[in-house]
Design a protein around this ligand. Structure first.
Ligand code: ADP
Length: 272
């Protein structure tokens, strides 16, 4: 560490004192490297569909100019690639917005039951073509949680969306919520391919995918679980995953209850 101590308290020419700033350079370097990796990954993810679009534009203006059938086919691929770019940019923006307010405690009150019901109804459209059935199990007396409704909706949506994407066709995805001593627990359980144990610790890293081709084919950006992680950080929530290869996965979110949230907000207020 000594080598990184750049500033020591010593008088300057005019007699004032220099401020001493000690940085943990190892942590700073790691953060800097992660940022650089993230920019490289994001650029790479955007460059691939962009290259394909450039190629198809050239083809449409040249060899395929008079071939109506080829034009239809290429335009369909181009629509898919632009959709992929749009999803990626939207997820990048969401992630950056969530990170910006990660240290501000949320103040809204969220009714988890109706929120989940709305999401399940919305995602049924996506589940039906895959012959996936969504079931919802929420008790009527579920307490409200302190939180940001839009962020929690985004996190829960990503978890349910993943279950629908990665479960086997013809199976069901179970969404449930329950009251716990220490808060509200939400589970999303699928009967899909499961995730091998060695991948579990890295799932919430940005752009980490178990099977990149499969994720892309299902329209994934590789940012869904990173978004979930940052939303839960802000809500002092916890995400756990249990999974068995070939059997399925269960993602569990624990959101602390109101009392806990109120009590734990105090020290943050004092620190400000
Ligand atoms: P993606 O957009 O690729 O789905 P996520 O960040 O949401 O990105 O998830 C990261 C990776 O975790 C996925 O690519 C997939 O390999 C794995 N994964 C997430 N949810 C599930 C699930 N329910 N079943 C199996 N694998 C999953």
């Amino acid at each position: 560490l000594a080598a990184h101590i750049k500033a020591l308290p010593r008088p300057t020419d005019d007699g004032s004192l220099v401020l001493v700033v000690l940085h943990d350079m190892t942590a700073l370097r790691r953060a800097e490297r992660m940022r650089a990796d993230f920019v490289a990954n994001a650029s790479h993810e955007l460059r691939t569909p962009l290259a394909s679009l450039v190629g198809f534009v050239e083809t449409l203006r040249g060899p395929a100019r008079d071939d109506a059938e080829a034009q239809d086919r290429f335009l369909a691929i181009m629509a898919e690639q632009t959709g992929r770019m749009r999803r990626l940019v939207e997820d990048l923006l969401s992630l950056s917005r969530i990170e910006q307010r990660e240290h501000e405690s949320p103040t809204g009150r969220v009714e988890v039951g109706p929120l989940l019901r709305g999401l399940v109804e919305m995602l049924e459209m996506k589940a039906r073509p895959r012959q996936v059935t969504l079931t919802l199990d929420v008790p009527p007396d579920l307490p409200t949680v302190i939180g940001d409704r839009d962020e929690l909706a985004m996190a829960f949506q990503n978890l349910i969306d993943n279950a629908v994407k990665y479960t086997r066709p013809g199976t069901s995805v179970r969404v449930g919520a329950s009251r716990q001593d220490d808060g509200v627990r939400l589970i999303v359980s699928d009967q899909g391919e499961g995730i091998a144990a060695e991948h579990l610790p890295r799932l919430t890293e940005r752009f980490y995918r178990v099977d990149t081709a499969r994720s892309r084919q299902m329209g994934g950006t590789g940012l869904g679980l990173a978004i979930v992680k940052h939303v839960l950080n802000r809500h002092r929530g916890r995400l756990t995953v249990e999974s068995a290869v070939g059997e399925g996965s269960t993602f569990t979110v624990l959101l602390p209850d109101n009392e806990f949230s109120t009590a734990s907000k105090e020290p943050a207020g004092v620190q400000k």
